[in-house]
Write a protein that binds this ligand. Structure first.
Ligand SMILES: Cc1cc2nc3c(=O)[nH]c(=O)nc-3n(C[C@H](O)[C@H](O)[C@H](O)COP(=O)(O)O)c2cc1C
Length: 218
């Protein structure tokens, strides 16, 4: 091992800022719905895929949110991928609680009823995934929901093979930061991924560098 330290090689950042190095990430608009409370929207970046057979997602929901109350009443939700025109919906749904305002109505968002979940899809989103909660666990005031994918939808021609089409209208989130001046405004940064930004990298060439017996396994 050399005598270099991580600090010699890198700038150190806080744990919070470490998530910036894994951006862009598509922040989801999570739709929930219960008979008593009606539909609600929440901005959510704490999600990951969590299994293949069946395909699953894991979503972290703060117990303080209205969304948590609703999912506890009806264990289903929709994860919508916002299109560029939905930037205001992302901001508002991440700040204001559905306890205080009907966000879907206020934003004038059009919805489509879910096929296998009693939760609406967002009509102008780039895609929508219907999920039913399979299991959940709680850790430090946050509930982690495992959702089985019931159905998934993308705008017509939104996929190019298995890849999101370069022409798809998707809003990738880069994070937020305070403005330089003394202000209460938090600036949110998005990447509008255009076709030019997407490159195809060679898939398997690196395998050829492996010893021959190991190569045969691939
Ligand atoms: C970019 C962004 C990402 C967020 N991600 C999450 C998340 O993954 N889980 C969560 O519980 N809250 C998250 N929040 C906060 C909620 O969106 C926020 O508390 C919202 O007002 C909750 O709405 P509700 O009370 O109507 O459910 C996020 C906020 C922003 C701005």
């Amino acid at each position: 091992m050399g005598s270099e330290t991580p600090e010699d090689v890198f700038d150190e950042v806080t744990g919070r800022d470490s998530s910036s190095i894994f951006k862009p990430k598509v922040t989801a608009l999570v739709v929930s719905n219960s008979e008593r409370k009606g539909p609600n929207l929440m901005t959510a970046s704490w999600w990951m895929t969590a299994g293949y057979k069946p395909f699953r997602y894991l979503l972290a929901v703060s117990n303080k949110t209205y969304t948590h109350e609703i999912i506890e009443e009806n264990p289903e939700f929709v994860m919508a991928a916002p299109s560029v025109e939905m930037v205001d919906a992302l901001t508002l749904s991440g700040k204001v609680s559905g306890r205080d305002i009907d966000k879907i109505e206020h934003l004038g968002l059009e919805t489509v009823p879910g096929s296998d979940v009693d939760v609406p899809l967002l009509k102008n989103a780039t895609g929508n995934v219907e999920l039913s909660v399979l299991d959940s666990f709680e850790f430090e005031g946050i509930t982690y929901y495992f959702g089985d994918v019931e159905n998934a939808y993308v705008t017509p021609d939104g996929l190019d093979g298995r890849i999101l089409s370069p022409d798809a209208d998707v809003l990738a989130y880069m994070g937020s930061d305070w403005g330089e001046e003394e202000t209460r405004t938090k600036y949110r940064y998005y990447a509008n991924l255009t076709a030019e930004a997407i490159e195809r990298f060679p898939g398997d060439e690196v395998v050829e560098s492996l010893p021959e017996d190991l190569q045969e396994e691939f």
